[in-house]
Write a protein that binds this ligand. Sequence first.
Ligand code: ATP
Length: 371
Amino acid sequence: MSSVKLENLQKHYAQFHALKDINLTIDKGEFIVMVGPSGCGKSTLLKTIAGLETVTSGTLSIGGRDVTHEEPGDRGIAMVFQSYALYPHMTVAENMGFGLRMAKRPQAEIDAAVKRAAEILRITEQLDKRPRQLSGGQRQRVAIGRAITRSPEVFLFDEPLSNLDAALRTQMRVELSTLHARLGSTMIYVTHDQVEAMTMATRIVVLNKGEIEQVGSPLELYTNPKNLFVAGFLGAPRMNFFEGTIADISGNTVTTTIEGLPPVSLDGVDTQGLSPGDRITLGVRPEKLATGGGSSVTIPARIRLVEHLGRETVFYADASPLKTSGSDTGTENITVQLPQIVPFASDAAVTIGFEIPDAYLFGPDGRTLTA
Ligand code: ATP
């Protein structure tokens, strides 16, 4: 049974088309993470599911029930916000029991639900405190606890960890995944954080300009991005993109002309509709680049900036005349990530290389052409 179903959902804010024909079926028990650049419509989508925004057209069902025009309180959802939204004058226990008290549940039931949620979230000691006496992480646990006590069909999270420091975010990430496994509830989570998306999601939804670009498991999206946008959006540091044209097509093999690179021939390409001369982009993830010259395709470059990150090295190099797109900062146009500490010096000459099966080919329309 599907837990949440969005059909042909559209949202207009006056002249602005914020959601364009969203279709998505979320199964019961899934942990869906929505990502996308700022302004792509993530929060709008979450708010329409919550009932905090009306939809312009389309249908929204939760648990097989059409809730498109229902009040937020009748939808069987609970939402956790970035800002916690706790009542300052109430104790932790009162905050957590608030939803049930509003629903006029018996006090014994409220107490039991609060006790259970507090145990799950390890905040039993804090139940008599007020929100201002808590740390950020404890406050966020209370906000999550308030959602848990209501036993919703669907949990909605709007960047719940973004106000926490890095260490606490990591800890809460693990706790949320554990919570999901324990409760088995459907969770829909909006974040800017790639690591949260990659580690917590059963499926990631990539949004761009009010449309869904791709839906799939984290690994699926990372290894088989459907297009240039998804390839560039997921992965940090970002995939390197080299701009060029098609020199030759033979069956399913495409040979490229890319200034600064030798001709690269890729097999298994979906060549339908392609012609020699078409613009293409070749993509290689930073961790698929190597140094030392032993690779099948090599690129001479000069190191501009080196970052040693404990157990890996990321360096940014100038590989002119190679033309790259997007993330160029000055002359650094290629990013390499090596799984060990390498004591490179800035300004040193380096040979960067990759293996052809590790490269992605994108067509003039951005579609991924390699399997
Ligand atoms: P961010 O990551 O920055 O929070 P988002 O993906 O959550 O962005 P939304 O908040 O959903 O983006 O906004 C999507 C688009 O709709 C934005 O361009 C925003 O300016 C616009 N928008 C949002 N709310 C309104 C509103 N009430 N009236 C008009 N436009 C709005």
